[in-house]
Design a protein around this ligand. Structure first.
Ligand code: FES
Ligand SMILES: [Fe+2]
Length: 452
């Protein structure tokens, strides 16, 4: 099945979500083969800054070794296999700064490039320990979008090739210039795919987040692009000309509904919009006549927000309107990273297994924004369980589906997900690609299923 065929209705087997054998097989067939985002470039500010990334049995340590050079190695000492950099209690990764890495067991010492530079009593090995056989085991590393990416497969192709066409579509958004406004992680009682699939479609919005319905009728789309996919909203009828990706409130008075939706979004998600956009939206009622057409409202609102940001040193990227429309609201980077890109802000999610239990995952959410130079906040990853009030009200609505979906997947009465062929195509595309890595679990044409 190729991406074009995903316009037809499909059904997906539940094995990918609930089978322990499948979860174990993912280690070798998926996680040890794909490029994975492991942190931000700005988290490694100096030569010697490092971070670790753990997934199932593997731990990788990434180090900045020069101004624009990063090295990644398996986080394991070549003497007797002790984990080289320990994980702090209760953390999801280790980070810091080191001139060299000293193994806590017998003191073998590695430099930032992974060379073993000190072995106590080395002569006892009678010359058999060489630079080649004591060097830490290398892992591919590269950067794109301001993120550091690793790939454990020695035969992996370049990151850029892997990311296309998402990289080219997202480059104009200058994600590398954004900085974290907040970032949080938590465990969910569901498979990592269930967690990603709670955010890679817009079909759930009307029911899971009914409070948005009053701001207008939004119909979302999803498109497959090879390994990756993207989602967005169809422009409302009277905005078809502008084809904007930006959701304007389309209530009876778009000036009012836009301001209300922006304010609500900022207060209840603390993401996907900015104070500048909210303040500019609030002024619409004073700056535009009552009968202003929706496209004029959109144009005026964005132009005044752009000016306000420029005045405080935040320069918006200039993106061709067609490119903006085609890029949608979010990209799903195979297999487990979603980038929800905006002009001055981004909301990103990732999920990965938590051990081999297919019913658990580690989930990360990070909100990015363009800040004036020198005013970027310093943030760290914060553990925040689903009931932490800091999540505010919208994301917990999504969280409430996670464990309930996972439980339903195990039911004798469930034959597998049937994603909406228009609005949930990213789900079908994820499983189409997964099946290629895993050798099993390809989506099946729904029409060929037997009727009950
Ligand atoms: S296991 Fe690392 S020095 Fe012995
Ligand atoms: Fe949602």
């Amino acid at each position: 099945m190729d991406a074009d065929e995903l316009t037809a209705p499909v059904t997906i087997g539940v094995e990918a979500y609930i089978s322990e054998d499948y979860a174990r097989a993912e280690r070798d067939n998926l996680w040890r083969k794909v490029w994975q985002q492991v942190g931000r470039v700005e988290d490694l500010p100096k030569v010697g800054s490092y971070l670790t990334y753990d997934i199932l049995d593997d731990s990788v340590v990434v180090v900045r070794t020069a101004d624009n050079t990063f090295r990644a190695h398996h986080n394991v000492c070549m003497h007797r296999g002790r984990r080289l950099v320990d994980m702090p209690e209760g953390a999801k990764s280790a980070c810091g700064h080191k001139k060299s890495f000293v193994c806590g067991f017998h003191g073998w010492t590695y430099d930032q490039d992974g060379n073993c530079i000190h072995i106590p009593e080395k002569a006892d090995w009678q010359g058999s320990l060489t630079p080649g056989n004591t060097h830490l085991a290398p892992v591919n590393v590269d950067t794109w979008g301001g993120w550091v990416w690793i790939n454990m497969d020695p035969a992996a192709g370049p990151l850029r090739d892997y990311l296309e066409p998402a990289a080219t579509m997202l480059d104009p958004f200058r994600l590398q210039d954004m900085r974290c406004k907040w970032r949080k992680w938590l465990y969910f009682q569901c498979n990592w795919k269930v967690a990603m699939e709670a955010f890679n479609e817009t079909y759930h919005v009307a029911t899971t987040h009914p409070q948005f319905n009053k701001f207008g009728n939004f119909r979302g789309w999803a498109a497959a692009h090879g390994r990756h996919s993207n989602i967005g909203y169809d422009a409302p009828k009277d905005l078809e000309e502008t084809k904007s990706k930006i959701r304007l409130g389309t209530g009876s008075d778009p000036r009012v509904s836009t301001a209300e939706m922006q304010l609500y979004t900022l207060e209840e998600t603390n993401a996907t919009t900015t104070k500048t956009l909210v303040d500019a939206a609030k002024r619409l009622v004073d700056e535009l006549p009552e009968d202003a057409a929706a496209d004029k409202v959109l144009e005026h609102w964005l132009a005044s927000a752009r000016r306000d940001d420029a005045a405080r040193g935040v320069i918006w990227p200039t993106i061709d309107p067609k490119h903006l429309a085609d890029s949608g609201t979010a990209w799903q980077i195979f297999p487990n990273f979603q980038i929800g890109q905006g002009l001055t802000t981004a909301l990103c999610y990732s999920a990965r297994p938590h051990g081999y239990d297919p019913h658990q995952c580690i989930f990360e959410a990070a909100c990015y924004e363009l800040f004036p130079k020198g005013e970027e906040p310093q943030t760290e990853w914060v553990y925040a369980p689903p009931d932490d009030p800091g999540w505010r009200s919208v994301l917990p609505q999504d969280f409430s589906n996670m464990a309930a979906v996972q439980q339903g997947m195990k039911s004798l009465g469930f034959g597998g997900p049937r994603p909406n062929p228009y609005m949930e195509r990213s789900i079908a595309n994820l499983h189409r690609n997964l099946a290629q890595y895993m050798g099993t679990g390809a989506p099946r044409q729904l029409a060929t299923e037997l009727e009950r």
